[in-house]
Design a protein around this ligand. Structure first.
Ligand code: XMP
Ligand code: MG
Length: 184
């Protein structure tokens, strides 16, 4: 039987590391939104596991919506041109919006998205990301809350994919470079 584990060089954040950190993030966010009902917006597909676990660590009233965006570029590098494949179901004007991302790399994807959403006049717009690779930033974008500051490696698992696979790994791991070497 073929196993995804054969393609993993090492585990960077274990399921237990993630569970512990997500609990802390949930507590922090719950205090931020003590007096407001935030609209928690997951960026699919990568943020799906993170959002599901994070919101279960937020015992406050909140609403959930999703966006699907696709960034033109190769499968390991984004271009900064973003296409909205599925927009929000609800109007965000006057709302407190919390964007939930899996990983911020160059920042191009989120910079573009934040600029679009800001024009819709939300009352506040904050970003929480599970992983941040600040060393690779190409545009000015600082998330409000970060799970882990990650090294410049190609990461998969817990929602993160390579060519749509590996999302279902329960940890975040470094992908063996031989898996994507031909694509770069
Ligand atoms: P930017 O560069 O626009 O990238 O901040 C954001 C999107 O790029 C993808 N990305 C990754 N996906 N492992 C992944 O599975 C990674 O190490 C990685 N780095 C960037 C991801 O889709 C993210 O939303
Ligand atoms: Mg993503």
């Amino acid at each position: 039987m073929e196993s995804l584990l054969d393609d993993i060089q090492s585990v960077l954040y274990s399921a237990e590391d993630i569970r512990r950190r997500v609990k802390e993030l949930g507590a922090e966010l719950s205090s931020w939104y003590r007096d407001e009902v935030p609209l928690v917006v997951g960026i699919l597909k990568g943020a799906s596991y993170f959002l599901a676990d994070l919101t279960r660590e937020m015992p406050i009233p909140l609403e959930i919506d999703y966006m699907v965006v696709s960034s033109y570029g190769t499968s390991t590098r984004s271009s900064g041109v973003v296409r909205i494949l599925k927009d929000l179901d609800y109007d965000i004007s006057g709302r407190h919006v919390l964007l939930v991302e899996d990983i911020i790399d160059t920042g191009l994807t989120l910079r573009y998205l934040v600029d679009i959403l800001a024009r819709r006049n939300p009352k506040s717009l904050k970003i929480v990301t599970l992983l941040d690779k600040p060393a690779r930033r190409k545009v000015d974008l600082v998330p409000d809350l970060v799970g882990f500051t990650a090294p410049d490696e190609f990461l998969v698992g817990y929602g993160l994919d390579y060519a749509e696979r590996y999302r279902n790994l329960p940890f975040v791991g470094i992908l063996k470079s031989r898996v994507y070497a031909e694509q770069r």
